[in-house]
Design a protein around this ligand. Structure first.
Ligand SMILES: [Zn+2]
Ligand SMILES: [Zn+2]
Length: 174
């Protein structure tokens, strides 16, 4: 991880959370983001693959990837069904109606098994859309670590108003 990409992280270099340059052991941020990249390989929506990992105290609580609800046909077996919506700034957004986003699936998995995720962090291979961000705020996620930016301009106001942290952690994809 370069200094440039680490700049959003508040950890001190002495904190084991960030891996000092040259150290062999994988740091926690790289570890969890790498897991998120592995999880995205299970994604089934052909419009894009995203993985998410919910973490507290360096323990993985839940995971998710984007795809259709359990038991329903996946986009890679049928086809994506695209709908368009217009953002208040006038930009047109396309989404797949079949698909649950990765971070929502991670929250659903936690709920299904009764795992509390309040005050946890989440690692997502892409920054959240505005709809998922609203849910992440309400389940009590503290920090969102993302690798690739996705329409961050659409969530900037919500980030500012909510106080939830958004930090970029880049790892080379598996
Ligand atoms: Zn799809
Ligand atoms: Zn989303």
């Amino acid at each position: 991880m370069s200094d440039e990409l680490r700049q959003g992280c508040s950890c001190s270099p002495s904190d084991d959370h960030c891996r000092p340059e040259g150290e062999e052991r994988l740091g926690w941020h790289e570890y969890f983001m790498s897991v998120a990249h592995l999880i995205k390989k299970r994604a089934t929506c052909t419009r894009g693959h995203v993985g998410a990992v919910i973490v507290r105290d360096n323990n993985i609580l839940s995971t998710g990837y984007n795809g259709a609800p359990s038991g329903l046909p996946h986009c890679n077996e049928t086809n994506c069904r695209i709908y368009r919506s217009v953002h208040p700034d006038g930009t047109v957004e396309e989404n797949c109606v079949n698909t649950i986003h990765a971070e929502i699936n991670a929250i659903a998995q936690a709920a299904k098994h009764g795992v509390a995720i309040k005050d946890a962090d989440i690692y997502i291979t892409s920054s959240p859309c505005i709809h998922c961000l609203k849910v992440l705020i309400n389940v009590g996620i503290r920090t969102i670590y993302y690798d690739q930016p996705y329409k961050i301009e659409h969530i900037s106001e919500l980030l500012r108003l909510s106080g939830i942290r958004l930090v970029q952690i880049h790892v080379d994809s598996l």
